[in-house]
Write a protein of this length. Structure first.
Length: 183
């Protein structure tokens, strides 16, 4: 497809892409940046779009790769699993601890889920070490971790109205006051 023919399509899709990216990234500014880079990448690769009827899936794929690049390179302290659940990793210079609402909600999960979340996301243990300690395969652990994060995310959405664990682990979202955390 020609770049000149692609430009109006990209302009029409931009608001939808920003809405999508805003749901998956920590801030609206990050979403705007990622969408801008995705639009530039799409314009650069206009020749790779063979079927104009497949424009939206083609653009979505570029946007998803941009979001993955964001988490991989721009924000190394944040990992994201396939459910879009952000997990803030502990680093020596910026230790983080879960707020009381997330730990309280984690305690209400099935014991296996709570243990996996505690070991990996709170204590920062490696997935290999946790899989060995629980006597399960790494693949099985990733499934359990994915399901545990999804279950906690649903509980957080219902209780606090947040859709990622990042604000609760960081305790900077202001929700802690509603959740009874008096730190």
């Amino acid at each position: 497809m020609d770049v000149r023919a692609l430009a109006p399509l990209l302009a029409d899709e931009r608001p939808r892409c920003v809405r999508l990216a805003s749901r998956l990234l920590p801030s609206k500014a990050d979403a705007e940046d990622v969408v801008q880079r995705a639009m530039i990448r799409a314009a650069e690769r206009a020749g790779s779009l063979e079927d104009p009827a497949r424009f939206r899936p083609w653009l979505n794929r570029i946007l998803r790769r941009g979001i993955a690049d964001f988490y991989r390179t721009r924000r190394p302290e944040i990992r994201s699993d396939s459910a879009g659940f952000d997990v803030v990793a502990d680093t020596p210079d910026s230790p983080r601890r879960p707020c009381t609402c997330s730990t309280r909600l984690m305690a209400g999960l099935p014991p296996r889920y709570a243990e996996v979340l505690r070991r990996i996301d709170v204590e920062g243990q490696s997935t290999e070490a946790v899989a060995t300690a629980l006597s399960i395969s790494a693949a099985n652990l990733h499934v359990v971790l994915h399901r545990a994060r999804r279950a906690l995310r649903k509980r957080l959405e219902k209780h606090c109205g947040v859709s990622t664990c990042g604000p609760c682990l960081d305790c900077t979202c202001g929700v802690r006051d509603r959740c009874g955390d008096s730190r």
